[in-house]
Design a protein. Structure first.
Length: 179
């Protein structure tokens, strides 16, 4: 079943949450341009087709078609996704590894994870939700050790101290802003 209006509303709601979070961190341009590729037909059409409202439509496309072409397109164009930073190890071993993410994209990734949790959990959202999602999936993530440590630190601060403390940590520690 096609749900283009519902999918657009989900995208828009997510974008507005990320925009607010990015603005709190001082990432104005990233907040404004976050996830614009979701409006491209290669991402939007499968999203409208597989929209369900409680999880990413990429999941539905992946389960039905065996691959999510929308996700492959999205992760290759949006630097706030850890998958964007996977490459061959710099030692020449031929092993795939996570490259160190620049702090501004790591900060946007945290904002994105918080917004996605709010979007899909609705009233059930808590500040622990992003950490819990990460915990369930972290074993298969290819992340640079420094990126992993900082992502975990941000999500732990969010879980234990709340959004204000998390965004303050991002502003001062990751981005070096005084505000």
């Amino acid at each position: 079943m096609w749900h283009p209006i519902k999918h657009f509303r989900t995208i828009h709601h997510h974008k507005m949450l990320v925009l607010r979070h990015c603005f709190r961190c001082g990432l104005y341009w990233q907040g404004l341009t976050h996830d614009l590729s979701k409006l491209a037909p290669v991402e939007f059409l499968p999203g409208a087709k597989y929209w369900c409202g409680t999880r990413s439509p990429n999941d539905g496309q992946r389960r039905t078609e065996g691959v999510s072409t929308a996700w492959l397109h999205h992760k290759g164009r949006n630097k706030h996704h850890l998958e964007y930073w996977i490459d061959y190890d710099v030692t020449g071993s031929g092993i795939m590894a996570g490259m160190k993410m620049p702090n501004k994209y790591l900060a946007e990734m945290v904002c994105d994870r918080i917004a996605a949790s709010k979007n899909y959990l609705g009233d059930r959202y808590t500040d622990a939700a992003s950490w819990e999602y990460y915990e369930r999936s972290k074993k298969h993530y290819l992340l640079h050790p420094e990126t992993r440590a900082e992502l975990e630190r941000c999500l732990e601060i969010l879980r234990d101290q709340g959004e204000d403390a998390c965004f303050a940590h991002i502003r001062t520690h990751l981005l070096g802003k005084k505000r």
